[in-house]
Design a protein around this ligand. Structure first.
Ligand code: SF4
Length: 289
């Protein structure tokens, strides 16, 4: 029998690396323990992603106007996680300005190669997949006259981003490998489009950097697969706590399960749901919106 591959997204692997208890609560417990309230900064990120996906992926060129963007931001807006109506409306306007600024110089006729495109690839040990915000197809920079792909990820968090962030992102590297596999085009370029500053943090991968990221992903997948196999055997509560221990860190203040995790609450104060609007969270880039 061929060996069954462990299937994972970069977020799932990084959750396992962050904290085994959080992983167990997120992916294994059934029913899943109740999460805390939604985060306002995640609401902002989700709405911005939805509007940009419509703009580049679903709207014809004639519809790609500032008025349509404003109307879409308003109709898509949700107040989940905000302190009150006033804060929500304030952020609706700020977010709308942010999206308009980002789109100001975009060509309305531009058609990306993919929008919210799911890609994946398999190694000898794992099946790795993920959904890419946008895949651009551009003239190849090697003078061949062909085209190459660029992986674009939208970021709405407070922290400005650098080329090192783009290069060190596990998710972006795996997206490169997945896009190559699915779309059969050359691809080395990864770009983090940071909307709050309207800047792009870009990097190019080579075979060595991609191999390094893939090796890291496979190692994480091996560890997660072994832990899940133990879970499937049926663990007592004490055995489950030992196999999936809490791993307190600065991330606990932003963890959805902090309310039911005494060790996490001791480690970091629980944030208000709107804290991430003004405070850069330490949530790793690959897990943040
Ligand atoms: S609060 Fe911290 S230790 Fe507890 S589950 Fe969340 S990340 Fe893990």
């Amino acid at each position: 029998m061929p060996k069954r591959l462990f299937t994972a997204t970069p977020t799932k692997l990084l959750n396992f690396a962050d904290c085994k208890r959080k992983y167990r609560y997120t992916y294994l417990e059934s029913p899943r323990p109740p999460k805390g309230p939604p985060w306002a900064h995640n609401t902002v990120g989700a709405i911005v992603h939805e509007v940009l996906a419509d703009f580049f992926g679903r709207w014809p060129a004639a519809r790609r106007t500032p008025d349509e963007v404003v109307a879409k931001m308003r109709s898509s807006w949700r107040s989940e996680g905000f302190r009150d109506e006033r804060q929500s409306l304030d952020w609706r306007e700020r977010s709308t300005e942010m999206v308009l600024g980002y789109l100001r110089d975009s060509d309305p006729y531009y058609e990306p190669r993919g929008v919210e495109r799911t890609v994946g690839f398999t190694t000898e040990r794992a099946s790795l997949r993920g959904r890419i915000d946008r895949i651009d197809e551009r003239p190849a920079r090697d003078g061949s006259g062909g085209t190459e792909l660029a992986i674009v990820d939208y970021k709405t968090g407070r922290r400005p981003l650098t080329a090192t962030d783009a290069r060190s992102s596990l998710a972006m590297a795996l997206y490169v490998l997945g896009a190559r596999r699915v779309l059969h085009r050359p691809c080395t370029r990864v770009e983090l489009h940071h909307l709050p500053t309207n800047t792009v943090a870009a990097a190019d991968h080579d075979d060595e950097s991609l191999a390094r990221h893939q090796k890291r992903a496979e190692s994480m997948a091996d560890d997660a697969a072994a832990a899940e196999a133990r879970w499937a055997e049926g663990l007592t509560p004490a055995e489950a706590d030992a196999a999936f221990p809490p791993e307190p860190s600065a991330l606990c203040g932003w963890c959805d399960f902090a309310k039911i995790c005494p060790q996490g609450r001791r480690e970091a104060p629980t944030r208000e749901p709107w804290a991430g609007l003004d405070e850069p969270s330490p949530v790793p880039l690959d897990e943040a919106g």
